[in-house]
Design a protein around this ligand. Structure first.
Ligand code: HEC
Ligand code: HEC
Ligand code: HEC
Ligand code: HEC
Ligand code: HEC
Ligand code: HEC
Length: 276
């Protein structure tokens, strides 16, 4: 569609009911790929957009009006037009967890936005490759949302990724470098232990070996531990493990030492009493 065509269409739409009352959503919507494609509020919400002028009233929201979809039904709204992507997404851990009631698991609008959805090629899109690490980190690096003790997921995924060659090269303007979704997929994101997952140990050779990445080079696969493999390596000794052992030793030592002190304290009181 030409720019002129888009402007003509926008004039028509702005005169109709929904556009009269919901300026906040309209402002966002006017920037979106959907607006450019002549989609209207009613495609997602139902209602009657064909009322204009003095007749505009809340009754515009009566004909087939479905309101704002509940979080669990957002996929239904999008699948009207994106059924293929939705089908793929519904195989993912995000959908499976959401369906189970983990309300913070990612749905379409968490990654793409609601009214201001942009094509992922647009640098301002949250799903643009350059923005993907920050997008995923919004949940995966958030201790409160991800409380490891509850979901059992590590919250250092962005931190460990930041230490990687992939990220450093991406920051210095490198193109075609692996970001979260290159290894975890955009929509079919799965658990490491799922044989259908791109990060399932047996599938790593093909995930890392994608054309343009590391075809035929299995040496790049660091024992299947991409994030862990990025912990500091010193003279081929795993410093992270060393630090862990050091802390365990410290805690044990402190425990014995404190118990010892308490023991001495008790015996000393006992001694005083005996002398009296
Ligand atoms: C005369 C003004 C008016 C018109 C016209 C109007 N709305 Fe509304 N709309 C409101 C008000 C008031 C509310 C309730 C307060 C709120 O949620 O902002 C509302 C609420 C909504 C909600 C949220 C409902 C929910 O489930 O939480 C949606 C979605 C919505 N409108 C969409 C539309 C669409 C689509 C149209 C066009 C077909 C439209 N509105 C036309 C005034 C209007
Ligand atoms: C591509 C689908 C889509 C289109 C087009 C769309 N909306 Fe929405 N809208 C949604 C979804 C999904 C939600 C629920 C957001 C949530 O719960 O996070 C929503 C929520 C709303 C709400 C509730 C308040 C809010 O912002 O969450 C209003 C009001 C609303 N939309 C009005 C509109 C109006 C007016 C238009 C047209 C200018 C429009 N929408 C176009 C998908 C759409
Ligand atoms: C009424 C049909 C319709 C609905 C409903 C709809 N979309 Fe779209 N969407 C489109 C069309 C048409 C395009 C433009 C397709 C293209 O450029 O190839 C588009 C484009 C997109 C894009 C940009 C794709 C790209 O090229 O990067 C995203 C992301 C997107 N939609 C997400 C959503 C989400 C999320 C929802 C639900 C909240 C939704 N859409 C609901 C029709 C729809
Ligand atoms: C809105 C929050 C949110 C966003 C955004 C999000 N995720 Fe998730 N993700 C979750 C939740 C919640 C789970 C499910 C945790 C569980 O119970 O196993 C999950 C699970 C996962 C898992 C499986 C982990 C496991 O041990 O089960 C991977 C891999 C994953 N997400 C990758 C990503 C990637 C890559 C992105 C960015 C493209 C992303 N996520 C964006 C919330 C989010
Ligand atoms: C965890 C984040 C995440 C979730 C959840 C998600 N997407 Fe995406 N989506 C992406 C990313 C990242 C891209 C592609 C970026 C790229 O490769 O340029 C993408 C691409 C797209 C595209 C462009 C065309 C294509 O086939 O890749 C559409 C359309 C789309 N998503 C719609 C949806 C819909 C509809 C849902 C919900 C059913 C959804 N997305 C859920 C992250 C997500
Ligand atoms: C180069 C490929 C690659 C990149 C880039 C990457 N990951 Fe991973 N990710 C993996 C592999 C392989 C695993 C499983 C083994 C491990 O933990 O190292 C994994 C594990 C995970 C897990 C735990 C999954 C589970 O089932 O336990 C989450 C969550 C995750 N990554 C999120 C992210 C996020 C968020 C980003 C971006 C900030 C990212 N990953 C970037 C390859 C990658």
């Amino acid at each position: 569609m030409t720019a002129a065509g888009a402007v003509a269409a926008s004039g028509e739409r702005e005169d109709t009911s929904c556009f009269q009352c919901h300026s906040a959503q309209v402002q966002e919507f006017a920037k979106s790929v959907h607006y450019d494609r002549n989609i209207s509020c009613t495609d997602c919400h139902g209602g009657d957009p064909h009322i204009s002028g003095a007749a505009v009233s809340v009754s515009a929201m009566s004909t087939n009006f479905t309101g704002a979809p509940a979080r669990i039904n957002i996929t239904e709204t999008c699948s009207k037009c994106h059924s293929e992507v939705t089908g793929v997404y519904k195989e993912s851990i995000h959908w499976k967890e959401l369906e189970k009631g983990v309300t913070i698991a990612a749905t379409c609008t968490d990654c793409h936005g609601v009214h201001g959805i942009l094509p992922s090629t647009n640098p301002n899109s949250s799903a643009n490759l350059e923005n993907v690490p920050v997008l995923c980190a919004g949940c995966h690096e958030n201790q409160t949302k991800m409380s490891a003790w509850y979901y059992g997921i590590k919250t250092d995924r962005f931190d460990t990724y930041k230490k990687s060659y992939h990220y450093k090269a991406l920051l210095s303007g490198g193109k075609g470098l692996a970001t979260c979704t290159d290894c975890h997929e955009n929509h079919n994101t799965r658990n490491e232990s799922d044989p259908g997952s791109a990060i399932y140990a047996a599938n790593l050779a093909s995930t890392c070996g994608k054309s343009g990445c590391h075809p035929g080079n299995s040496a790049v696969i660091y024992g299947g531990k991409v994030h862990e493999g990025q912990s500091v390596q010193l003279l081929s000794i795993d410093t992270k493990a060393l630090v862990t052992y050091f802390y365990i030793a410290m805690i044990l030592f402190e425990l014995v030492f404190t118990l010892g002190l308490v023991g001495l304290d008790i015996t000393s009181k006992f001694d005083i009493r005996r002398r009296r």
